[in-house]
Every structure is written in structure tokens, then in C-alpha cells.
Design a protein around this ligand. Structure first.
Ligand code: ATP
Ligand code: MG
Length: 492
């Protein structure tokens, strides 16, 4: 990795960095690019639009230098942390830049808010960061790297490693426990062994973190491309049952001695993880995948032939999902979407070609806004070891998708109308009721169905109707009997 991360920045971000570098250099101040941007540039993955810098300047000085460099608006984000934010460029291609004064954090005890000291150097600033891959600084004008914790080597090894003593890092801020698992899911890295030991030892301290922050990190973990690895970290370290105690019975299924009693599925946890990975990376679908079988341990029963069943596990799981999202203060949409998905998740797989249109319509109506998510979840909920079964299940879901599309198309066709109704036609042409109305309306409707006339284009519809009524033998007005006392005005 010899190319400077500065050269990996997109054009606009590169230019902003240069203007800032010039402004800070002419004031004799230090400025370094830090954080996720540096990590992602070194990794060669897509770089987020927003830039984080660390600087030797006070917030007041930073403000002036940002304006000098051409920032559109400058504002203080966290006075306590000395972070000044600025926006460069216009929407939708605006870039937000955050410049934070070098700082060291002082943790007098295990309270959530550390004291901040600003008599700090770059070295202090990097030492208070969470993981080595996030503790690399790049000098803004030369591109020189400062990497006291060996972050670049860890990126090359694909390792998430705490900066310094992992136990100290996690004790300072237990959110880092979840961030570690989230980075595993997002980047496909492994947890360094000592870091993982510390996560396991301190998992219980996650309880000190607010529900909102836990929900946000878990959601980011769930939409990661390596979500199966992230979920396994959560389970192995015990974070899962601290963050989501409701999943304790499900996670316990991963213990080998239980597996043989479960029937054909290897075990429930394993199945769950695979369904999550196979589901599209959207928050609600991934959450629903995680929770879809969470009601199974509570509903397991054995039939007369020794077969295992889980009657009503969808309902139990849906209630569990609702409870989890209430506890985590999730917004209403996420809560109701996931709840509905868990409740309905088995229904699409029961689809048969013999289902009537109304049966399909009824399920779609029950699903409402989660219909597409539901089909995606059902398609992902197929992990059988036998290929024939997988293909058959996938085909069922696709047939249901196609069946509903047909039903919808018919409904759309049925609702297509002539832009002008009978009353409007009579008024427009000053004609009495008669079979001409039906003929004109049908002609106009055909044009709408063919896409040759917009359903709301009344003006063109009137012109077409006028033309039609003039053609003899084509419902023309001259062909129609004119009742006495009605004057025959030519159409306009
Ligand atoms: P992403 O933007 O994908 O979340 P990121 O690494 O940029 O990744 P941010 O939350 O934007 O994460 O934080 C920026 C940087 O601040 C991190 O790279 C890290 O150096 C530091 N940081 C963030 N949160 C913490 C934390 N809880 N403890 C220690 N350092 C942190
Ligand atoms: Mg970031």
C-alpha cells in the first residue's frame, strides 16, 4: 500500500482537502484526515462523501480557517468535544467536513461521559480511538501517514483490533463492543483474539448503553455484507443475549448437544443466520429474518409419530419482535413492518398454483405495504440441504409473485376508464342520452388501454370524440335520431 489515501479520494473531496490543507498550513496549524475515510481509502472500498479531520487548532481558529478554505456554512457540532462542521459545495453533491480539535479523554470512573482535555497532540488523539484501523492519520497536504498502532498492518490482515489495552477501551465506552461486531459484518474482518476475549469478558457492560444506540449499531450490523460473521461474533461473545435477551433460547440452539433433537434442520440458530445472509440487505427484512423463527423454541411440540412441530410460532415470534422494538425505542414503521413480516413469513411458502385470485389478493391485502419484503423474506427462508427442495420452494415464491402481478394487472385494466363520462359527453356535444355514448366511451377507453391517450387528458379526448362523431356510420351524430326540440349544434 504505497499510494497515498489522499489520491483515492473522489475529485471533490480531494479538492476540499487541498484547500483546507493550504489554509491550515498558512496559519502554521496541523491538519490530518482521520477515521473511517482513511480506513476505507486504504481498504480500497467506496469512500463515504463526508470527511473527518483532526487539527491542532481551537474551535474558534478552526471556524476561521474553514471559512477561508471556502466552506459554505460553518457550525459547532459538539462544544464539549470541540468539533466544528462545515459544508462545501451545493446539494446534492455537498460534502460535510468535521474538524475536531486534538483531544484526550479522561475517564474518572465508569460514567458515560468522559471529561475532555484539549492540551493534546495527534498521538493522544489517535490513542483514544477504538480500533487500530480507525486510528490512522493522513497529513492533509503531504499525504504522510501517522500510524502508531499498526492499523495498516491490521487492515492488511483483515483484523479488528482494539487500540492498546482492549479491556480499557471497552470499559471506557461499551458501545465499542457492538462496533467491533458491526465492523466484522461490514468489512468481513475477523476479531483479533485478545480483542474478542475482552469483548466476551465485558459483554454485560453493554447494558450501560442507551437503547437507541444499541438499535442503530445492531441495524448497521444486520445490513452488512458479512452479516453471518457479525452475528456469530454476537453469539460467541455473549453480546447477543445482553442486547437481545429474547433471543437467548434461539442462540442456545447452536449448542451441539441440542441439535440432534431438532429434526432435519441442523439447528435453529444456524438456519436463522443463513436466512439473514440470504435476505436482501434492507433493515426491516434483515431484522425480520433474524426474528422469523424466534418463536420456535417456545412452541416446539412432538406429534404422535414423533414428528416435531411449531404450531403458532409465527404469532409468538411477532409478539416477541414487537416487544424487542418497544424496548429498543424503534420507530413505529420498523416495529410494525417487522412484526407483520414475522407473523406472515410462512404464508407465501404454502402457495400452490391452485390458489384462486381472491386467495392471493387476500394475502396481499393482509401484507399491505410489506408485500415485497414478505416475498423477499420467504425466498430467503429456504436453507434445506437438498437442492430439489430449495428449487421447489424458490419456485413457489416466484409463482406467487407472478400470480399477484397478474391479479394487479387485471385490476389496473378494470379501473382504466374513458377520460370523459356519459354526462360530460352529453353536455359537451349537447346530445341526449343514447347508444352513441357507449360507443364513444368504449373507443376512448381502448385508446387509454393502448396507451395512446392519457387517462386524464380530457381535452384530447373531447377532440377525438368530436372527430368520431363526425364520421358517418361510426356513431356519427348524423346517424342518430334527433328528438324534436333539440337543436343540432356542430361539435366544437
Ligand atoms: P462509519 O462512518 O462507517 O461508522 P467510522 O469509523 O467513520 O465508520 P464514525 O462513527 O464516523 O465511524 O467515527 C469516526 C471515527 O471516530 C472512527 O473511525 C474512530 O476513529 C472514532 N470513533 C467513533 N466512535 C468511537 C468510539 N465509540 N470510541 C472510540 N473511537 C470512536
Ligand atoms: Mg464516519
Amino acid at each position: 500500500m504505497t499510494e497515498s489515501p489522499l489520491h483515492r479520494l473522489p475529485q471533490a473531496q480531494h479538492q476540499i482537502t487541498q484547500s483546507l490543507a493550504n489554509a491550515f498550513a498558512s496559519a502554521g496549524a496541523e491538519l490530518y484526515l482521520v477515521g473511517g475515510v482513511v480506513r476505507d481509502a486504504l481498504l480500497g472500498v467506496e469512500i463515504p462523501a463526508d470527511l473527518d479531520f483532526a487539527a491542532s487548532t481551537t474551535p474558534d481558529q478552526t471556524r476561521v480557517l474553514l471559512e477561508e478554505a471556502g466552506a459554505r456554512s460553518v457550525y459547532l457540532v459538539g462544544e464539549r468535544f470541540g468539533t466544528v462542521a462545515a459544508v462545501f459545495g451545493e446539494d446534492p453533491r455537498a460534502t460535510t467536513v468535521e474538524v475536531t480539535t486534538y483531544r484526550k479523554e479522561i475517564y474518572p470512573d465508569a460514567t458515560r461521559f468522559p471529561a475532555v482535555a484539549f492540551d493534546a497532540t495527534l498521538a493522544h488523539d489517535l490513542a483514544r480511538r477504538d480500533f487500530t484501523m480507525n486510528a490512522i492519520a493522513v497529513e492533509a497536504s503531504t499525504g504522510a501517514r501517522v500510524d502508531p498502532w499498526g492499523g495498516e498492518a491490521d487492515i492488511a490482515l483483515a483484523l479488528v483490533r482494539a487500540v492498546g489495552d482492549p479491556d480499557e477501551r471497552f470499559a471506557e465506552d461499551p458501545l465499542r463492543l457492538l462496533r467491533a461486531a458491526r465492523f466484522v459484518s461490514q468489512l468481513g474482518f475477523r476479531l483479533d483474539w485478545e480483542t474478542e476475549q475482552a469483548v466476551s469478558r465485558q459483554a454485560a457492560s453493554l447494558a450501560r448503553i442507551s437503547h437507541e444506540r444499541i438499535l442503530a449499531e445492531l441495524t448497521r450490523l444486520l445490513v452488512g455484507p458479512y452479516v453471518d460473521h457479525g452475528l456469530d461474533v454476537l453469539r460467541r461473545t455473549g453480546l447477543l443475549t445482553v442486547a437481545l435477551p429474547e433471543l437467548q433460547p434461539l442462540a442456545a440452539e447452536a449448542d451441539a448437544d441440542l441439535a440432534p433433537r431438532l429434526g432435519r434442520e441442523k439447528d435453529l440458530w444456524d438456519h436463522t443466520v443463513r436466512v439473514v445472509r440470504q435476505a436482501p440487505a434492507r433493515a426491516a427484512v434483515r431484522w425480520a429474518a433474524l426474528l422469523h423463527d424466534a418463536g420456535k423454541p417456545q412452541t416446539r411440540g412432538v406429534g404422535p409419530e414423533g414428528e416435531i412441530h411449531f404450531f403458532g410460532h409465527e404469532r409468538v415470534g411477532a409478539d416477541l419482535a414487537a416487544r424487542i422494538f418497544t424496548r429498543l425505542n424503534a420507530d413505529k414503521t420498523l416495529r410494525s413492518t417487522v412484526r407483520a413480516l414475522v407473523e406472515l413469513h410462512s404464508r407465501p411458502t404454502a402457495y400452490e398454483a391452485s390458489w384462486t385470485d381472491s386467495a392471493v389478493r387476500r394475502l396481499a391485502l393482509e401484507a399491505g405495504p410489506v408485500w415485497d419484503d414478505l416475498l423477499d423474506l420467504a425466498a430467503a427462508d429456504v436453507t434445506s440441504g437438498r437442492e430439489r427442495k430449495r428449487i421447489e420452494a424458490a419456485r413457489r415464491v416466484e409463482s406467487l409473485r407472478a400470480h399477484f402481478a397478474r391479479v394487479q394487472e387485471q385490476a389496473a385494466l378494470a379501473s382504466l376508464e374513458s377520460p370523459l363520462d356519459g354526462n360530460e359527453l352529453m353536455r359537451l356535444f349537447d346530445r341526449p342520452p343514447g347508444p352513441w355514448i357507449k360507443r364513444v366511451k368504449e373507443h376512448l377507453r381502448e385508446l387509454v388501454i393502448d396507451g395512446d391517450l392519457a387517462p386524464d387528458d380530457r381535452e384530447r379526448a373531447a377532440a377525438i370524440a368530436a372527430q368520431l362523431l363526425e364520421e358517418p356510420g361510426h356513431g356519427a351524430i348524423s346517424d342518430l335520431p334527433v328528438p324534436a326540440g333539440v337543436s343540432q349544434r356542430p361539435p366544437r
